[in-house]
Design a protein around this ligand. Structure first.
Ligand code: AMP
Length: 319
């Protein structure tokens, strides 16, 4: 399959690389590293990594705006996105040929070639494997970004998606490209004091239910009080992993500009993406997100998670 994708890249003079809305380090690092590799291999090609960026991830590089695309002559590569509605790009149906490379559970087919490896830790792992399997140029700078994406999506190798293949690959990346872990971790985990203080607020004020669901509403007032932004609470969701009394945890952040509540959800056991899918969301079995319009809907989602946790705890007792 990698060979076939390499041949398609050779065929097109213009290549656009897109990913899901709500950029994260895995999505963005895979885009930028792939773009740099194709450009280094084929300097005559025009390659664009596109989508709404975030000032948080400028250490990974920059995204571009598309101008005057001749769609009928352009290859679109969609990374890290299982469904068409979440691809951060306009006119997706106009592209001449489309390739998807993703590690999310399958949602729908919308590309001509689809590589979906649900067992892979990250899209960055898949892109690294792709680069290694083909004559595409590989440099230290590309491998640094790809490793940052892997580290981010595995939460420093703490999630279940860190398989032996992940460790073998990362070992090879470190050895072959002389990568320095502490300097790669710093931009991923360094954060302003105001965010640490918001984290403290969440820890102090989260509600924990009978069936080990922890949740908190982050209103615009709280965001303003801590002088952060609407995405801050969602971004720190991975920091609440190991609380004994908590199995599933959720931040519900008010986004007044778009008139929605953004929900980030994580779990240490119960499968949560099936619940997320019912609320304009989705994601992985233990790491998902959703969007709701009203507090009532958010409360309904919480009730469903409560039932899922209750069942999980019952089964644990039986075992
Ligand atoms: P987050 O909590 O934003 O880090 O997202 C965790 C996982 O859920 C990622 O794989 C996202 O791509 C996915 N996800 C987040 N929000 C949504 C959504 N509204 N629809 C589908 N998938 C989502």
């Amino acid at each position: 399959m990698w060979e076939k994708i390499f041949e398609k890249i050779k065929e097109y003079e213009t290549i656009v690389i897109a990913r899901h809305i709500g950029v994260d380090p895995d999505a963005m690092a895979s885009q930028i590293a792939l773009k740099e590799s194709i450009e280094a291999t084929f300097p005559e090609k025009k390659v664009y990594a596109v989508g709404q960026g975030s000032c948080k991830f400028t250490y990974l590089g920059h995204l571009e705006r598309l101008e005057n695309v001749d769609y009928q002559k352009t290859l679109l590569m969609v990374l890290d996105t299982p469904d068409k509605r979440r691809v951060d790009i306009d006119n997706i149906d106009l592209y001449h040929y489309k390739i998807k490379i993703d590690h999310h559970p399958f949602v729908e087919e919308f590309c001509d070639i689809e590589v979906i490896e649900e067992n892979s830790s990250s899209t960055c792992q898949l892109i690294t494997e792709f680069l290694i399997a083909t004559p595409l140029v590989k440099t230290k700078a590309m491998m640094e970004k790809l490793l940052q994406g892997i580290v981010s999506d595995t939460n420093r190798f703490m999630f279940q998606n860190s398989k032996s293949s992940t460790f073998h690959l990362v070992g090879k990346m470190i050895e072959d490209f002389d990568l320095d872990l502490p300097s790669l971790y710093a931009p991923l985990y360094l954060r302003p004091l105001k965010e640490v203080r918001l984290q403290g607020y969440i820890e102090q004020n989260m509600t924990v239910t009978e069936n080990k669901v922890a949740y908190i509403y982050i209103t615009e007032e709280i965001i303003n009080q801590f002088k952060t932004d609407a995405s801050a609470a969602g971004n720190m969701i991975n920091n609440f992993n190991y609380i004994e009394e908590v199995l599933v945890w959720i931040t519900i952040s008010e986004d007044k500009k778009n008139d929605i509540f953004k929900i980030s959800m994580r779990s240490r056991g119960p499968i949560i993406n099936k619940v997320a899918e019912k609320y304009h969301g989705g994601g992985h079995a233990l790491a998902s997100g959703a969007r709701v319009k009203t507090k009532e809907e958010a409360n309904q989602l919480l009730e469903e998670l409560e039932s899922v946790c209750k069942e999980f705890l019952k089964e644990e007792v039986v075992e």
